[in-house]
Design a protein around this ligand. Structure first.
Ligand code: FDA
Length: 392
């Protein structure tokens, strides 16, 4: 810590958004203090992307984000793009590759991204206070922060302490609590990018634990073609995590198990191979155990040749729009992100500053902007951090 007690900006949360904001503001000559209650910065970065950090998505636009105001993210995302972050990664000599769907990962390890951000902070002369809790007071136009035993102050305070996902990695409601104290509205935070759970009649699908299939999953406006995975608690895999962000209690998930087959495929199969059973026919496109469960559920154990065209059409319709009604999700303990958060209506989309509280900024996941799976959430962290840093 410092012997100087005044800073230009105090940033709470040394995750993706907080570290990047601190580095950029420091490099603009601002005196910055970066605080985190965890002794280790960037813990979510470290475990992200299976340890390789899916640090951006080259296709990121505002349409890949959920928010009460779908336009809010446009300004920040357009002023700091995936290409800008790739430049930074390249300058640090970090090798990366595109895995699929525009998702960029480190070839080596997520540790390289944390090390890069810390080097950038050091280049900006950022001071740090890690492993210490902070309390905040606002008086005489300044933010007074008690961190450990040190009293510090600044005219600007940046809330970068993230959402509620994965409390065991240090997630807290700090940003929301401070925002509420200042009278800012919060859009109800909910777990997102999270496995969904099944009960009742549909619990039998849990016996397929470990089976996955390429499907189209859909809830409302969210429709994704990716893998779905059955688990011992219900449904997971990228397709399910994606639609979980659109799910609310009582909603149905519609799954197309045969997205590549054209209408009439079962009637055609009956003509081509009338002695085939539905299970065997389905087994050509789906894992055997899933084909068995679906055909059992459809109640057609006979050869296709013994089924009427009407029955085959009905089976096709169910297979391409199978309805699951989850009874819940695996909650914040397993959610990759938190949907909802500090209302965008309270913030300037240009600077991320609270409209009604001069000097208070909110960035990253604490804001009601939630990305799809695939590097979009980090891109929001970088872009919102950049927007705030330019204003500090
Ligand atoms: P973040 O949560 O990163 O940082 C908040 C910081 O604030 C933490 O360091 C925390 O300790 C600190 N803090 C919290 N409460 C505090 C308090 N009271 N006082 C002081 N400090 C406090 N996204 C993506 O784009 N690509 C990916 O590959 C992945 N992978 C992934 C895997 C897993 C398992 C998870 C859980 C999440 C992802 N994500 C992801 C999502 C991504 O990690 C997330 O959106 C960003 O880390 C959000 O960045 P923030 O800086 O806003 O919050």
């Amino acid at each position: 810590m410092t012997d100087s007690r005044s800073f230009d900006a105090i940033i709470i949360g040394a995750g993706a958004a907080g570290m990047f904001c601190a580095a950029l503001a420091g490099q603009r000559g601002r005196r910055v203090l970066l605080i985190d209650h965890s002794p280790e910065p960037g813990r979510k970065i470290l475990i992200s992307g299976g340890g390789r950090c899916n640090f951006t998505n080259i296709g990121a636009t505002a349409s890949n984000y959920l928010s009460a105001n779908p336009h809010f993210a446009k300004s920040a995302l357009s002023r700091f793009t995936p290409a800008d972050f790739i430049d930074l990664v390249d300058r640090h000599g970090i090798a990366w590759h595109e895995k699929t769907l525009g998702q960029l990962f480190c070839d080596g390890s997520s540790k390289q991204i944390v090390a890069m951000l810390l080097e950038e902070c050091a280049a900006g002369g950022v001071q740090t206070a890690f492993g210490q809790a902070a309390t905040i007071e606002h008086r005489d136009g300044a933010f007074h922060v008690l961190v450990g035993k040190d009293a510090v102050q600044a005219p600007a305070l940046v809330l970068a302490s993230g959402g509620l996902s994965i409390p065991k990695l240090g997630a807290t409601s700090f940003a929301y609590d401070v925002a509420r104290r200042f009278g800012l509205k919060i859009v109800e935070p909910r777990p997102a990018l999270v496995p969904l759970t099944l009960s009742g009649e549909q619990a039998l699908f849990k016996t397929l634990s470990g089976v996955s299939a390429d499907v189209v999953a859909q809830i409302g406006a969210g429709e994704f073609r990716e893998a779905a995975l059955f688990t011992h608690r219900g449904l997971s895999g990228p397709a399910i995590l994606q639609v979980s962000s659109y799910w609310r209690h009582g909603d149905t998930v519609t799954i197309d198990f045969v997205p590549d087959l054209l209408a009439g495929w079962l009637r055609q199969a009956k003509r081509d191979a009338p002695n085939n059973t539905l299970r065997r026919q389905l087994g050509r496109t789906l894992p055997d155990r899933l084909a068995e469960t679906l055909s059992d559920q459809l109640g057609h154990p006979h050869e296709l040749g013994r089924m009427t065209d009407l029955a085959l059409e009905a089976a096709e319709r169910r297979l391409s729009a199978w309805q699951f009604t989850p009874n819940g999700s695996e909650g914040f303990a397993k959610a990759e992100v938190t949907i909802g958060g500090i209302s965008t209506a309270e913030l300037s989309s240009k600077t991320m500053e609270a409209k009604r509280v001069a000097g208070l900024y909110v960035i990253g996941e604490a804001v009601d902007v939630t990305g799809w799976l695939g590097g979009y959430n980090f891109q929001w962290a970088w872009a919102s951090a950049h927007a705030a840093a330019a204003a500090l």
